[in-house]
Design a protein. Sequence first.
Length: 208
Amino acid sequence: MKNQTTQTGPETDMEEDVDIDNEDEGEEDEEEMDEDDGEGSDDDGEKASGEVFEQLKADHRKVQELFKKFEEGDKRARTSIAEEVLKALEIHSALEEELVYPAIAEVIDEQDLVDEAREEHHVVKLLIKELRKMDVGDKGYATKFKVLGELVGHHIEEEENEMFPQAEEADIDAEALTEEVSARRDKLTHKYEGAGKKSSGGKRKSAA
Ligand SMILES: [Fe+2]
């Protein structure tokens, strides 16, 4: 299984039926998707490479960086940064909930770590839902976004300092997990980017 770029190519068939909770897909469709990759790559080289825990840590670094940038940005910058953060968090949490946590739960003793992580994801999703109903310029937005950042920061620390090391020590099958996560990531990224392009036409306007 190879890594693929995450961009939607020009003639990508938008898979309307790719749901976050649809877990039954095989990997065959992923193979077809790399044929038109490399096109339209305007979104930097964030293709996930490396072993699964390295990928997840790279996701962490990326959102942490974006949370910082948000604080310094003007309204226009904040709008696109926030959108990027929310999308990244949604994809990342789906990968962890669907694939990573179940795999980790099978091999580590401390199940509380997984339960707590799932609960934190739940709160993250509530905040994301609320933020999506707001405009970046709204007074409470920056505060809520900041709280989201703090929660995510705490969550990241626990994953990187406790959960991931325990899973690695327990000899999790990282190779298999890496393949599954990479395939799922491509699908989810296609889905989110397709949805974003359709709804915003490439430029997001704030709901006035
Ligand atoms: Fe994570």
